[in-house]
Every structure is written in structure tokens, then in C-alpha cells.
Design a protein around this ligand. Structure first.
Ligand SMILES: *[C@@H]1O[C@H](CO)[C@@H](O)[C@H](O)[C@H]1NC(C)=O
Length: 339
């Protein structure tokens, strides 16, 4: 007789396809299934965070703390120009946005893009409760992360967005200072919609989901970065070079990842770096963070019991078979003719 786990695993793609056929699109976001409330909860404690990433578990076994540690680690690794313009793609319920705003100095502009309007609403509530009067200009975008030239005019990755004359700045034109005098802020009626370009484009645990493929997506990110100093920083999951064709056919629909992001991946860090350089990036750095991620995540999930034990098993298998959790940082070069 076949082991029930094998039957279950074999049925998952079919189940997933059935689910895809009947559920509205909003429910198909892979992480909409993860209850971030449940994951962040600690028995007997008030927990207000809604983190939803894989976590960096070196110094903790609590989900929220590990998630914050991973987010902070990626921000440090980015080493971007401070006090500039940040675009955070797939910010979830907004905890990473708080991280940017709490930085000293805070960014001048913070643009937040997520594909779920529920995430936008939750993040807006969170930010306005913690930062009712931010010095940062914050703009919200609810749309697919992928930018289609000629179609998505208001997309933050549209390098022509500033030239289309549409302003969506949420900043007030006038601010009363301490003496009660009304000060004309720098922004006039013709407020430019702000950057691009961005000093930092920050993508935590999400880039592998973006269609049509990682190289294509990164090519659309490059022109939205500030020449010479702008940085993209993200975490990625790299399949082993010898991944079996069975997995390359099952995993994309199971994990909601474009097929090419499983089947057509660089076969190691040298190839990965070369890929980014071909797209046009310079100063590419790739770090292997697997050790701080897989075991801690598996241990946490296993402790939760039930169906999470199977997910934990999956994470352990991934680690054993050579899947890498990596952090990537890459810079846009200076424009030609500049130094
Ligand atoms: C971070 O950036 C600064 C300024 O560009 C540079 O001097 C420094 O060496 C960088 N730090 C790391 C760890 O790369």
C-alpha cells in the first residue's frame, strides 16, 4: 500500500488546480493562506506584528522576532544611501514599512507596493497608528509587482511615471509650524509624484513569485534605481542545480511560482552573479543565508504540530537536497558619460 503522505503529496497539484479554478484571485495569493496572525502569536502575550517571511533564526525561536531579524538583516545588507527614496515591494501587512520609517534618518520618500488591497489597508492603519505625522512622503500602490511598459502608467517601476503629470502625493501642501505660522512647504501644486528613481528597492521573500521570471523582473527594476548609487536588495530561493524534472513540473503551481523561476535558474552563485551583470547591474553581492533560515523555520513549524509538521518536513528536505536561501544586493551603474 502507498504511504498516505505520498498520495497526499501527489494529489496536491491537482487540488491546487481545482482551487485555482474556483476561488477568486485574491485568495490565490500564496501567502493569503498563511495566517500571519496565527504565526506571530505568542501564547499569553499581546502581539501586534503581522510578519510573513521565512525568518532568520540565529538568535530566537519566535516567529515575529525571526522575521524582524531577517528584514533588518536584508536592510543592513542593502547598505543603501540613507534618507533617500525607498520602494518596498510586497510589504505584506506593513511591518517592514515600520522598519524603514524607524530608521535614523528615515527615508524622504517611502513607496509601498503590494498586490493585495487588504495588505494596503492593514499597512495604512498600522503606519497611521505608529506614525500619525510622518516626515516621510508615503505613497501606496496596490497592483501586481510586475510592470508592463505602456500599460501600467501609475506603477512605481514605470520610469516615465513622473512625466505624465499625475500627482498622487499624500503630503499636505501647508504645515503649521510651532509659532502657528503657516509655512509653504517645498511642494507646490505641481508636486512631482516623487521618485523613481529609488535609492533602494527592497523585496523581502517575494521576488520568486513575480511573473514572468526573475531576470525579466530585475530588468524592469534597474531603470527605476538612482544611477550610480541605487540598490536593489532581495531574498531569493535557489533550487539545487540537479533538481529533478518531477519537481520542476510540480513546484510552480504548488508554490505559485512562474515555471521559469524553478526550471531556468542559475546553477550556482557565479552564474547568478553573471546573470545580474548581463542585465546591467554592478557590484553584485550574493550571500548564502540558508544556515540561519531553514533549520530554524523547520523547528518552529514542527513545534506547531498538525499539518505544519508536513511543511516542516518539506523545509528540511529542501535544506538536505541543496536548496539555498540567498540574499542578493546589486547596484545600478552610473549613466554613460558620468563618472
Ligand atoms: C556601505 O556603503 C558605504 C558608502 O557607499 C561604503 O563606504 C561601505 O564600505 C559599505 N559597507 C559595506 C559593508 O559594504
Amino acid at each position: 500500500m502507498l504511504h498516505p503522505l505520498i498520495i497526499f503529496t501527489a494529489c496536491l497539484p491537482l487540488l491546487y488546480r481545482l482551487v485555482v479554478a474556483v476561488l477568486p484571485a485574491a485568495y490565490l495569493e500564496p501567502y493569503a493562506y498563511w495566517s500571519s496572525e496565527g504565526l506571530n502569536r505568542i501564547p499569553g502575550q499581546e502581539v501586534s506584528t503581522r510578519w510573513r517571511n521565512m525568518g532568520y533564526w540565529a538568535d530566537t525561536n519566535e516567529y515575529g522576532k525571526a522575521n524582524e531579524a531577517l528584514a533588518t538583516r536584508l536592510l543592513d545588507f542593502a547598505n543603501a544611501t540613507e534618507g533617500g527614496a525607498i520602494l518596498d515591494i510586497a510589504h505584506g501587512a506593513g511591518d517592514s514599512l515600520l522598519l524603514h520609517l524607524s530608521h535614523d534618518p528615515p527615508p524622504k520618500h517611502l513607496h509601498a507596493l503590494t498586490s493585495l488591497s487588504s495588505d494596503t489597508l492593514h499597512a495604512q492603519d498600522l503606519i497611521s497608528s505608529k506614525y500619525p505625522n510622518p516626515s516621510t512622503d508615503i505613497q501606496w500602490f496596490t497592483s501586481s509587482a510586475s510592470f508592463r511598459p505602456g500599460k501600467d502608467h501609475d506603477h512605481p517601476l514605470n520610469p516615465m511615471r513622473g512625466f505624465l503629470g499625475r500627482s498622487k502625493s499624500t503630503r499636505r501642501d501647508q504645515d503649521a509650524d510651532e509659532d502657528g505660522e503657516v509655512e509653504q512647504s517645498l511642494d507646490q501644486d505641481t508636486t512631482p509624484p516623487g521618485p523613481p528613481p529609488y535609492d533602494l528597492i527592497y523585496i523581502l521573500d517575494a521576488i520568486y513569485h513575480f511573473p514572468p521570471s526573475l531576470p525579466h523582473f530585475l530588468a524592469t527594476v534597474l531603470p527605476a534605481l538612482t544611477p550610480e548609487t541605487g540598490v536593489v536588495a532581495y531574498t531569493d530561493i535557489l533550487p539545487p542545480p540537479d533538481l529533478s524534472p518531477i519537481w520542476t513540473s510540480i513546484l510552480p503551481s504548488l508554490l505559485s511560482i512562474p515555471g521559469r523561476n524553478v526550471a531556468a535558474r542559475p546553477k550556482g552563485f557565479v552564474e547568478y552573479k553573471a546573470l545580474l551583470e548581463r542585465i546591467g547591474y554592478v557590484e553584485v553581492e550574493i550571500e548564502d543565508w540558508s544556515e540561519g533560515v531553514w533549520n530554524g523555520l523547520a523547528g518552529f513549524l514542527r513545534e506547531r504540530g498538525g499539518v505544519w509538521g508536513w511543511v516542516a518536513w518539506g523545509v528540511e528536505q529542501a535544506e538536505k537536497t541543496g536548496w539555498k536561501f540567498v540574499a542578493v544586493r546589486a547596484k545600478r551603474p552610473a549613466l554613460k558619460g558620468e563618472t
